[in-house]
Ligand binder design. Sequence first.
Ligand code: MN
Length: 130
Amino acid sequence: MTRRVLLIEDNEQNRYLATFLLERHGYRVSAAPDGAAGLVAATAELPDGILLDIQLPAMDGYAVARALRSVPALAQTPIIAVTSYAMVGDRERSLEAGCTGYIEKPIDPEHFVHTVERLSGWPRTEPQAG
Ligand code: MN
C-alpha cells in the first residue's frame, strides 16, 4: 500500500526537501502552497496524512488545521504541524487546532520521515535504493 501525503507549505525549498525525503521512503506526495489550495487538495485527495506548515500566507496553519478538521472525511487524518516558530506554546496551539503532532524546522533529513511515521502511527519504513 502506497501512502499518500499532502504537504501544505509555501516555501519551495522545504517542499522540495520534504517531498524528496518522503518519496525516497516510498510515499506518494502532493503539495499545495497555501491554506486555501491545501483545503481543496485535501478534500479532493483525502490523503493518508497531511504535513502542515504553520507559517503560511493569508490563512495560517492553525486556521487551516481547524478547517481540515471540520471536514468529516478528514477528522481522523494525521495532521503534522511543521513550523519554524520557536515560541513556547506553539505545540499546544497546534494540538488545540486539531494537529496530531508537531515537527520543528529546520527539517532534519536524518529523522524527518521516521518522526512523521511515529507521529502518524504508521509503520517505520527505510529509504529505498536507487
Ligand atoms: Mn511557511
